[in-house]
Design a protein around this ligand. Structure first.
Ligand SMILES: Nc1ncnc2c1ncn2[C@@H]1O[C@H](COP(=O)(O)OP(=O)(O)OP(=O)(O)O)[C@@H](O)[C@H]1O
Ligand SMILES: [Mg+2]
Length: 333
């Protein structure tokens, strides 16, 4: 079996032209996802999580473009593919559950039609076979009475069911990569837990790699094998979940952890010198970043050097990477 990652995002730089200025959206984002594993992509609102996902899918909104870097799926650069080749991959080899289920489900088509669409397009199934597979997918995502629900319109389903339909649509062609953008944010905790357990079951069955986008490190702790923390379009920290939760080394990661009640007890976030009750302030708007470390205006450890010069990526051990001057000085010396 090949040991190369399924997805490799390298030094990804995305910018947006807002009509007046070109603004940086992602700046040198690097991570990879191995076959059958789950990567948690975390960070507060506006850090660039959805734009990273849309760049991978080749679906960046108008005005946005990949300026440099590379995105490879199974060793092939997605950025050098034409629109037709990308369209063939989307929904078949890679697919995405979008952040807003109601904006991505079409209100005038039944859920059966919408699940079947990818199957008709990519696997050339006829209408009857597509319907049968749509019912199977509804059953796989544990929607009761799938033979009846297949003819429902999105507004006839609860929020949790709609999210399951989105997952059924995304998994209909058994993609190798599934990106879930905040799949459970709008759902109550019990339904969240059900959706996560469903994703895990389907992942085991299909061997799918998952990118789970969330602002919740608790969800990452439950679901993911690896994690990449984004802050203001840059990768602040990355590594295996167990390593990062045991030894969160970027002050931003520690801040996120201390804001996550499920992770507080026993975590290194609360060891002496590492305490950060909350992450004060907000992610700066695009283009209003500090010349040095982008987190420095909010960082309890920042000194003049942090404000002045962009920090290096520091490797801690074999697999943890941290973008921080303080780590350079204190730990990697
Ligand atoms: N259509 C748009 N036009 C201009 N800027 C945008 C647009 N969509 C997003 N942005 C900006 O791009 C940056 C990255 O946004 P992105 O949607 O990737 O954030 P996110 O991490 O997914 O946040 P959230 O948790 O709120 O979904 C933010 O500064 C955001 O304001
Ligand atoms: Mg988003």
């Amino acid at each position: 079996m090949s040991t190369a990652p399924l997805l490799e995002v390298t030094d990804l730089v995305v910018e947006v032209d807002n009509g007046k200025r070109i603004l940086p959206v992602l700046d040198g984002v690097t991570f990879s996802v191995d076959a059958g594993r789950t990567l948690g992509l975390v960070g507060e609102s506006g850090c660039g999580k959805s734009m990273t996902a849309l760049a991978i899918m080749g679906l960046l909104p108008q005005g946005f473009r990949v300026k440099s870097g590379d995105i490879k799926l199974d060793g092939k650069s997605l950025l050098s593919m034409g629109p037709d080749a990308l369209r063939k991959l989307r929904g078949s080899v890679m697919s995405m559950v979008f952040q807003e289920p109601m904006t991505s489900l079409n209100p005038v088509f039944t859920v059966g039609d919408q699940i079947g669409e990818a199957l008709r397009l990519h696997e050339h199934l006829n209408a009857a076979d597509a319907r049968t597979r749509a019912i199977e997918m509804l059953r796989a995502v544990q929607i009761p009475a799938p033979e009846e629900r297949v003819d429902n319109y999105p507004h006839q389903l609860s929020g949790g069911m709609r999210q399951r339909v989105m997952i059924a649509m995304a998994l209909a062609c058994r993609p190798r990569l599934l990106i879930c953008d905040e799949p459970t944010t709008a759902l109550d905790v019990t339904v969240q837990a059900q959706i996560f357990s469903l994703l895990e079951t389907l992942q085991k069955e299909m061997g799918t790699s998952i990118i789970l986008i969330t602002h919740d490190l608790g969800a990452v702790a439950e679901m993911a094998d690896d994690v990449a923390v984004l802050y203001a379009g840059k990768r602040a920290e990355a590594g295996p979940v167990a390593t990062i939760l045991d030894n969160p080394s970027h002050p931003y990661t520690r801040g996120l952890m201390s804001c996550t009640p499920r992770l507080r007890l026993g975590s290194a976030a609360l060891t002496p010198g590492h305490t950060l009750a909350e992450v004060r302030g907000m992610v700066p708007p695009l283009g209003q970043f500090e010349a040095g470390c982008r987190f420095s205006p909010r960082c309890p450890m920042a000194d003049a050097h942090c404000h002045a010069a962009p920090p290096p990526d520091v490797h801690l051990g074999a697999s943890q990477t941290v973008l921080c001057w303080k780590v350079t000085q204190e730990q990697a010396a």
